[in-house]
Design a protein around this ligand. Structure first.
Ligand code: NAD
Length: 390
């Protein structure tokens, strides 16, 4: 309610543009408009965001850019209300020039809604919540703060792999219950050393994960990606590329998913592919929930085909209370390392993606070129090679 109120009151005072009682001079910007409407869809931070100002990616703290935007005569609407035609998002998207969204609470930009926009900025990494083909057709640029949270995610992947392989979650839950039965935990606890570990997607995050895995002395590191790793990375990491997906999954004890969600990865990990996994393999997915089929993963964990599944991304966010991934377990009652979507929104990451969002906006206002790595869709074409082979 806080965000909605602020958003709408800011909207109501749009013309002439005033700040602290002074009329603002028109500001030149890329669109040629004196001031533009900038709409941001962020997650609600509640009490935590009031107490912790470094929670920049929240509706309360607004990426820390409100006064900067308003001082230049722009209108800034911030909301977490994003579902349905009467939502603040869908009402304001009609005449917004810039949309800022965060993957942690995605405002889905469909073809129908993408009418008057010029720029979409993802405060974070991963722009699958935007209809990218529609953006190409309508000359809407899609920009993200590439690299802003890749270390944060790679660290989370390492934690997820370790907590599954070492059977950590049931061990901790046992302690909280006041019990102590070592064998009940140890019967399904292993070392990471000596395992075959593969990443599906070997871009920025996949590569950082491989780098972090190397000191654990795996038997082998594998990757599956249509974009091969550069020769220096292969030499440094000793990772072997496997070109056939079924062949790749059948060799891995542990698989980590680090590819974007697009038409080529949606539902890629389904019952048919899971049959080709090694019996009792572990799967970690911090990329996007919809890359895995929800029911098929839950069934594979229940049957023991997977010994563990962990990650922070869900096919629907926020995940409903009855989502099977909240409660699924392996036959021994463990193997679930799911959390809410937060791996890429540590306080360190928030500082980086808030600063990166501001820089992207500044470039846009001043008509300056954007950092090439940040351009997912440029005017009229895909610039990123990560959203499928085109
Ligand atoms: P990146 O663009 O650097 O790398 C992605 C890699 O995936 C590329 O090398 C690409 O070729 C590969 N790829 C694409 N389609 C593939 C397919 N069908 N099979 C195999 N490989 C494929 O991106 P990144 O920075 O490493 O991020 C990867 C993804 O991680 C993001 O798109 C986002 O969805 C997700 N992510 C999640 C969080 C989080 O908080 N959980 C944070 C950041 C990013």
């Amino acid at each position: 309610a806080f965000a909605i109120k602020r958003g709408l009151s800011s909207s109501a005072s749009a013309t002439p543009r005033m700040l602290n009682g002074h009329t603002l001079a028109p500001t030149a910007n890329h669109s040629g408009n004196a001031g533009m409407k900038i709409l941001a869809v962020l997650y609600k931070g509640g009490e935590a965001a009031k107490q912790e100002p470094r929670l920049l990616g929240t509706v309360e703290n607004q990426l820390g850019i409100r006064s900067w935007l308003e001082s230049q005569g722009h209108e800034y609407i911030v909301t977490d209300d994003k579902e349905g035609p009467n939502s603040v998002f869908q009402q304001h998207i009609k005449d917004a020039e810039v949309l800022i969204t965060t993957p942690f609470h995605p405002g889905y930009l469909t073809r129908e809604l993408a009418k008057n926009l010029k720029v979409c900025v993802t405060a974070g990494v991963g722009s699958d919540h935007i209809d990218l083909d529609a953006a190409v057709e309508r000359d809407i640029q899609v920009l993200e703060v590439t690299g802003s949270n890749v270390t944060s995610v790679a660290e989370h992947v390492m934690m997820n792999i370790l907590l599954l392989v070492r059977n950590f979650v049931p061990a901790h839950e046992m302690i909280e219950r006041g019990e102590w039965r070592v064998s009940d935990i140890a019967r399904n606890a292993f070392d990471l050393e000596g395992k075959v570990i593969g990443t599906l997607g070997a871009g920025r995050i996949g590569r950082l994960v491989l780098e972090r895995l190397r000191p654990f002395n795996p038997k082998e590191l594998l990757y599956y990606d249509y974009n091969p790793l550069p020769a220096d990375a292969v030499a440094k990491l000793g990772a072997r590329r496997v070109e056939d997906l079924k062949d790749f999954v059948s060799q891995c004890d542990i698989i980590t998913v680090n590819a974007p969600l697009h038409e080529g990865t949606k539902g890629l990990i389904n019952a048919d592919l899971l049959k080709h996994f090694k019996k009792g393999a572990y799967l970690v997915n911090t990329a996007r929930g919809a890359i895995c089929n929800t029911e098929d993963v839950a069934a594979a964990l229940k049957s023991g085909q997977l010994n563990g599944y962990a990650g922070d991304v869900w096919n629907v966010q926020p995940a409903p209370k009855n989502h099977p991934w909240r409660y699924m377990k392996n036959p021994l009652g463990g193997g679930n390392g799911m959390t809410p979507h937060y791996s890429g929104t540590t306080l360190d990451a928030q500082a980086r993606y808030a600063a990166g969002t501001k820089q992207i906006l500044e470039n846009y206002f001043q008509g300056k070129a954007q950092e090439p790595a940040n351009i997912i869709v440029g005017v009229g074409k895909y610039e990123s090679k990560s959203y499928g082979q085109r």
